[in-house]
Design a protein around this ligand. Structure first.
Ligand SMILES: C[S@@+](CC[C@H](N)C(=O)[O-])C[C@H]1O[C@@H](n2cnc3c(N)ncnc32)[C@H](O)[C@@H]1O
Length: 303
């Protein structure tokens, strides 16, 4: 979605832009092509290996001033080290990168055998996916699969995991995927595998909590007229982004039946995209993950 992101986010060629999920530097690269060398571009990613790759890729881009290894949840503290502390555009491209997904040793995919890890930040003390799978009680496992994977077979899967644990720890993606495929039969198997792996990844990285933390912080970093763009990949993420944008565009949080506003809250955002922007057929052909991408953009109001 690089084209649409650049078109909707880069409103001033010499502005200051912040990519809160820099990944391998793809969006930063395209933003650098759309701006002048006097623009200031900054990036953040919680995955140290991704930051290394992004720095290498962006080495020759004069506008790119810094890419740091940190969680976007701490962005209010990170910006204090930069000359720019208010931005013309802030980008969040949620979830994980295709490269992370395809690296067996990261444990994100049921398509490869690897350690059941799933931490975005491999320096984080934990818990890993294996820690959760081997220690959570049956009720918590079922809740995790239901809440973060919207999985109908959550309770049966949780029970099967707890039974399997009695014979030894579950430490690999192959072992974990085998348990799922024993419980869920085709035609639902492929979807359940994807949903359960997603649920576990969201729990390991506390992804939904972090989205709720970062959205107001990102809004506070925008200059008047600055834009916030968020790409989400599943409905749990997109719902949060949509709700936040709608609340900030409305301002008042008084109950609808109250005749006069007493909260005094004013709108802070104007919606740039009323409906989420989706990937083009061409983008989906090039990268099948783009099929689920939803881009929402909003602009900070001047008063
Ligand atoms: C979809 S990828 C971004 C790809 C990037 N836009 C590009 O063009 O290469 C999402 C990235 O967000 C990072 N990430 C996930 N949670 C994060 C967090 N709390 N703080 C910072 N980065 C995070 C992941 O490590 C991953 O690299």
């Amino acid at each position: 979605m690089a084209d649409q992101v650049v078109r909707l986010l880069v409103t001033a060629p010499d502005g200051a832009y912040l990519d809160l999920t820099a990944g391998d530097g793809g969006h930063l690269f395209w933003m650098a092509q759309a701006t002048t060398s006097t623009a200031r571009l900054y990036g953040v990613d919680v995955d140290a290996a991704a930051v290394k790759r992004a720095k290498r890729r962006l080495d020759k881009e004069q506008a790119v001033r810094d890419v740091v290894h940190a969680s976007y949840a701490h962005i209010d503290q990170i910006v204090t080290r930069w000359p720019d502390q208010r931005f013309t555009g802030v980008l969040l491209d949620l979830g994980l990168s295709s490269l992370q997904l395809d690296q067996a040793e990261r444990g994100f995919s049921h398509r490869f055998d690897g350690p059941l890890d799933m931490r975005f930040s491999q320096d984080a003390p934990g818990p890993t996916a294996a820690d959760l799978i081997n220690t959570l009680e049956v009720k918590r496992l079922a809740e995790m699969f239901r809440e973060f994977g919207e999985e109908k077979q959550a309770a049966r899967l949780a029970k099967a995991i707890v039974r399997e644990r009695q014979d030894g720890m579950i430490l690999t993606t192959r072992h974990f995927a085998d348990i799922i495929t024993r419980v869920v039969k085709p035609p639902h198997q492929a979807k359940s595998l994807a949903r359960i792996f997603q649920a576990l990844r969201i729990a390991v990285n506390k992804e939904l909590d972090h989205i709720d933390i970062v959205l107001p912080k990102a809004l506070a970093l925008l200059q008047p007229g600055g834009r916030l763009a968020v790409i989400s990949y599943h409905s749990l993420e997109d719902r949060r982004v949509k709700r936040f944008f709608q609340q900030e565009a409305k301002g008042c949080i008084c109950p609808p039946r109250q005749p006069v506003c007493t909260c005094g809250r004013k709108p802070t955002l104007s919606l740039v995209t009323r409906k989420p922007v989706e990937a083009t057929e061409q983008e989906i052909q090039a990268n099948s993950r783009a099929r689920s991408a939803r881009l929402r953009v909003a602009e900070r109001r001047t008063a």
